[in-house]
Design a protein around this ligand. Structure first.
Ligand code: GTP
Ligand code: MG
Length: 442
């Protein structure tokens, strides 16, 4: 029995119309108590016009969309009341519904109901939230693909592959007398887990790419003072945002700016020039610069191409060594001799296209990848890693000559991590899987 939940589905602001959603086994009866028409006998999806009333008092003229479960978003009886878009009216109707036995839904509860009634899997539920929160057209496209089930179907071959192997092992253990079943040995397990490892690695790589499309990249612009960091920020965002002067030590605070590069959002952070300093304010700025550098997904290390590298530049080279970085030689407009391998730009002249191309290349950003579904949030990537680790353990155990029932412990762990991805963990019994594959025990 699912109780009746109610919530405003549109934003609580003045607008032409507002939508109130009501879902649950009794939702038709609850709405009928304040609606001028009886919805309890409706047998298929319908649009009904009528009045919402509080006793004798008329509250609003509304259109009611009636969805009969399980053919509804939540999978249960669902009503959408379209009323006039005054916050007062919407709240009044919600209060009346609560009086008649409905309960205010908690965040995400309608999607949760859809999940509980198997209308959507966990990945699709996450996609609904992602879609609402997406800040770029590309991120929205990606979420929509997940909502349509394209991301979930990415996992199905993996799930099948692991289940095949586990089932085969279980049958080998439980029914050793069966002759028409393939015998599992060490070589078979090593071969299959190696193949599974590369399948998962491919999914992880796609997921990381998807994460970048969805969330963007944090890019720190660093270097010693006066090399043109702030000029580069301004050139990238095409706006005079950061102060630029010829005085070394101009920037103190971190200056932020966003720019879209081939559909990917770059969150740029211009920082104070890093050098030894005894000035209190400058030192605080330098500490902030170092922190920004440490947190960045990508570091743009700016060097002044018109001057010889000095001790401060060397320090910057070693400070950024462990990070994903691009070394840019700025002020190319006043340099005559250039070296082939170096990336030259002129922030002053907005001549930075080579840098933009280098960033896109480094992260494999190409238009086609926006159209590829992927498992890209922390939960999904974490479970993929977990499955991979378990498979690696199974492979190690097989290699060490452990018996197949011991190897299957790790394989089962991998299988459950994959089920968890879809949120099927509690709904899927492996024995069903096994018996659906073999006619054992018929
Ligand atoms: N010729 C030339 N000058 C540039 C270029 N980029 C920056 N400059 C000049 O270099 C000086 C310093 O530029 P900024 O952008 O303030 O340098 P910064 O690295 O942010 O300096 P701090 O904030 O002090 O660390 C200014 O006089 C700029 O006009 C360039 O591409 N070519
Ligand atoms: Mg600056």
């Amino acid at each position: 029995m699912f109780d009746t939940i109610v919530a405003l589905a549109t934003a609580p602001v003045k607008s032409a119309l507002a939508i109130i959603r009501v879902s649950g086994d009794d939702s038709f009866a609850v709405v009928s108590k304040l609606f001028s028409r009886d919805l309890t006998h409706i047998a298929k999806r319908q649009i009904v016009y009528g009045k919402i009333r509080d006793g004798k008092e008329s509250i609003d003229e509304v259109i009611v969309l009636v969805y009969v479960g399980p053919k509804s978003f939540t999978g249960e009886n669902l009503v959408e009341i379209i009323c006039h878009g005054s916050v007062l009216i919407a709240n009044q109707i919600i209060e009346l519904l609560i009086k008649q036995g409905a309960r205010l839904a908690v965040r995400g509860e309608f999607s949760n109901r859809a999940y509980l009634h198997s209308r959507i899997d966990l990945i699709q539920a996450e996609a609904i939230n992602d879609m609402i929160n997406s800040t770029s057209a590309e991120a929205k496209k990606l979420s929509l693909m997940s909502l349509e089930g394209k991301t979930s179907s990415l996992i199905l071959p993996l799930k099948e592959h692991i289940a095949d192997l586990v089932s085969l092992i279980e049958v080998n253990i439980d029914y050793p007398e069966y002759e028409d079943i393939e015998k599992v040995n060490k070589e078979k397990i090593i071969k299959e887990t190696t193949a599974l490892h590369s399948e998962i690695q491919k999914l992880i790589a796609q997921g990381r790419q998807g994460k970048i499309i969805k969330e963007g990249l944090n890019v720190a612009i660093v270097g010693k003072p006066n090399v043109g960091k702030s000029s580069l920020l301004n050139a990238l965002i095409k706006e005079d945002k950061a102060i630029v002067t010829s005085i070394a030590g101009t920037t103190r605070d971190v200056v932020e700016g966003d720019v879209n590069l081939k559909g990917i959002t770059l969150h740029l952070y211009d920082t104070a020039g890093i050098r030894p300093s005894t000035d209190l304010i400058e030192s605080i700025g330098i500490d902030k610069a170092k922190k920004t550098l440490a947190d960045a997904d990508l570091v743009l290390l700016v060097l002044d191409a018109s001057r010889k590298l000095d001790q401060d530049d060397q320090e910057m080279l070693s400070l950024t060594e462990g990070k994903k970085r691009i070394i840019v030689y700025n002020k190319s407009d006043i340099v005559t001799k250039k070296e082939d391998k170096k990336l030259y730009i002129s922030a002053l002249n907005h001549d930075i296209s080579r840098l933009e191309e280098a960033i896109a290349k480094l992260f494999g950003i190409e238009e086609e990848s926006y159209l590829r579904p992927s498992l890209n949030n922390a939960r999904q990537l974490g479970l993929l890693e977990q499955a991979d680790e378990a498979l690696q353990n199974a492979k190690k155990d097989a290699f060490a000559g452990l018996s197949i029932d011991l190897v299957s412990v790790s394989l089962l762990e991998a299988y459950h991590a994959v089920l968890n991805l879809l949120g099927e963990e509690n709904q899927n019994d492996l024995s069903d899987e096994i018996f659906s594959r073999f006619c054992v025990g018929k």
